[in-house]
Design a protein around this ligand. Structure first.
Ligand code: NAD
Length: 497
């Protein structure tokens, strides 16, 4: 939704899991930024609930600590912001907790003149989502004069079956239109920019198809290992943690047809068509299309790091993948024959999320013979993080009398344009949810289709007796990932470009 006037939505926000990491690192700072920018007025209230016996004062102290370095602000401003926070020790399975929550919300709505609008943010382990949604309904917390919305964090299920189960539980209490499934990649500035680059430039859209594009590469690589999340990661792995959601969302934004309008329904409908057109991979052919890997010991940023199997809460014989590369085919008119290569991994040489669109060669390039070492295909590079921007690689003439060519790089960087002012993904998504704009959240149909695609791959890997390829930490993954492209006559473009 494009809004020119700044709206100040009035709502209470209940954070389930307010003592947790997500609340501290992302939610409190994002709310503070919205407050500082005037996107929310003084008429808002947050209720933090969790198991611990905290008080309002303790929560407010924690909120102040978490926003101390977020935006330029005074102690007084932070303290004033924190007065909007209230804490309720909570047992998610006990009806009494929901009754207390309802009473507190009603009081706060009167105090802050909020017309019964409530956001319920699930920032705790997913096994509780269904129970919470159901209790919110049966105990009347969702019965208000305003709207009620449910925000749900990843992972949305562990496979299609568990995702369906979770969905049916939350759908008993909330309509699809009131469910906001977070994929924080969709809140990133440059991911949102994909649509603008494609649909607001006469230069790209006519070329955006299998006549002019030879392949598209999406890389999302991290320096970090599993840190203290070994227990979670063992059950997830890179395929479920990254591919099912973030990578497939980027594929669908890159591949979708222009929506007829920029509304939530129209955008989602085009993305869903892409996921429906993904070529199903038969379990027996998974190895031709997908590669997995696991990090061994190595050196990252000049520091020696242990292998995955030596991390805390990880099985010493683990076969969990920390790296995935894949080739996806989209069987529709626009993309038939164009591979979309994706790769994502932990403990890699570079920390970067980038999209490289490689254009086809000219049918007859007059400069080719003379300059084959220098002539490069045209590339459009979308830098998602940590740097944000666009590069376009063209060929130009080398200065001088030889007639040789040289790659020319046109760069646009977001750095400095809005320095310090670019909203964090969570800030943007929270604000969208308050405004009722679900375009950057995932519809159930997208979740359903992406699990259907990913389940085939994970099933084949579970049944396989092949050992998982190891890659040294500090590299760009196993050699099999390079081979995946080489056999098609391509290579991964260096993401240092
Ligand atoms: P966390 O373990 O740090 O916090 C969990 C919270 O849930 C705590 O406040 C805890 O008190 C509360 N809780 C747990 N059991 C409870 C119960 N029975 N009754 C009441 N409260 C209970 O977890 P987190 O890292 O904040 O993650 C929360 C959710 O967000 C998870 O689904 C996670 O996958 C997702 N997520 C987190 C991040 C992140 O950066 N931390 C990123 C993406 C998604």
């Amino acid at each position: 939704m494009i809004t020119n006037e700044r709206e100040q939505p009035k709502t209470t926000i209940v954070i389930f899991g307010a003592t947790g990491d997500l609340a501290k690192r992302k939610l409190f700072p994002s709310l503070f930024n919205l407050y500082k920018k005037g996107n929310i007025s003084e008429d808002f209230a947050v209720v933090g609930v969790a198991r611990r016996e905290w008080t309002n004062e303790i929560l407010r102290e924690k909120v102040c600590e978490s926003i101390a370095n977020v935006a330029e602000s005074t102690d007084q401003e932070r303290a004033q912001f924190a007065t909007h926070f209230h804490y309720l020790p909570f047992d998610v399975t006990g009806k009494e907790s929901y009754k207390q929550l309802n009473e507190l919300l009603t009081d706060l709505e009167t105090e802050f003149k909020i017309p019964g609008n409530r956001i319920f943010y699930m920032a705790m382990a997913p096994e509780f989502f269904g129970t919470i949604a159901s209790n919110l309904k049966t105990e009347g917390v969702t019965e208000t004069n305003g709207w009620t919305r449910l925000v749900i964090e990843k992972p949305f299920g562990h496979n299609l079956e568990s995702a369906k189960q979770l969905n049916s539980e939350i759908r008993e209490a909330f309509n699809e239109g009131d469910i906001y499934r977070i994929d924080h990649y969709l809140g990133k500035e440059m991911v949102q920019n994909i649509e603008v680059i494609r649909f607001a430039n006469a230069l790209f859209e006519p070329l955006w198809n299998n006549r002019y594009i030879s392949n598209i590469q999406i890389t999302s690589s991290e320096h970090l290992g599993v840190e203290d999340r070994g227990g979670y990661y063992e059950k997830s792995g890179a395929l479920r943690d990254m591919v099912q959601n973030h990578m497939l969302q980027m594929v669908s934004l890159l591949a979708m047809d222009p929506p007829i309008r920029l509304t939530t329904d129209e955008i989602r409908s085009e993305k869903i068509k892409v996921l429906r057109a993904l070529r199903t991979i038969d379990e027996r052919e998974v190895n031709q299309f997908f590669v997995r890997g696991q990090y061994g010991p190595g050196i990252v940023k000049e520091t020696e790091v242990p292998g995955y199997r030596s991390e805390n809460n990880v099985n010493p014989n683990s076969r969990t993948e920390t790296f995935v590369a894949g080739k996806l085919m989209i069987d529709n008119h626009r993309w038939a024959g164009v591979p979309f290569y994706i790769r994502t991994g932990k403990r890699m040489k570079l920390k970067s999320t980038k999209i490289v669109v490689q254009f086809k060669e000219l049918p007859m390039n007059l400069y080719f013979d003379k300059n084959k070492d220098y002539l490069r295909p045209n590339l459009l590079i979308i830098h998602i993080q940590p740097d944000e921007g666009i590069s376009l690689i063209l060929n130009g003439k080398k200065v001088g009398p030889t007639g040789e060519t040289t790659p020319v790089k046109l760069d646009y960087s977001n750095d400095g344009v809005d320095a310090g002012n670019t909203p964090e993904a969570y800030e943007r998504l929270l604000y969208d949810c308050m405004l009722g704009d679900a375009a950057n959240f995932t519809h159930w149909d997208e979740v359903d289709l992406s699990w259907t695609y990913v389940d085939k791959i994970s099933k084949a890997w579970e049944l396989s007796d092949k050992s998982i390829p190891l890659y040294p930490s500090g590299t760009m993954g196993p050699i099999e990932s390079e081979e995946l492209l080489i056999k098609d006559g391509f290579k991964w473009w260096p993401i240092t470009d």
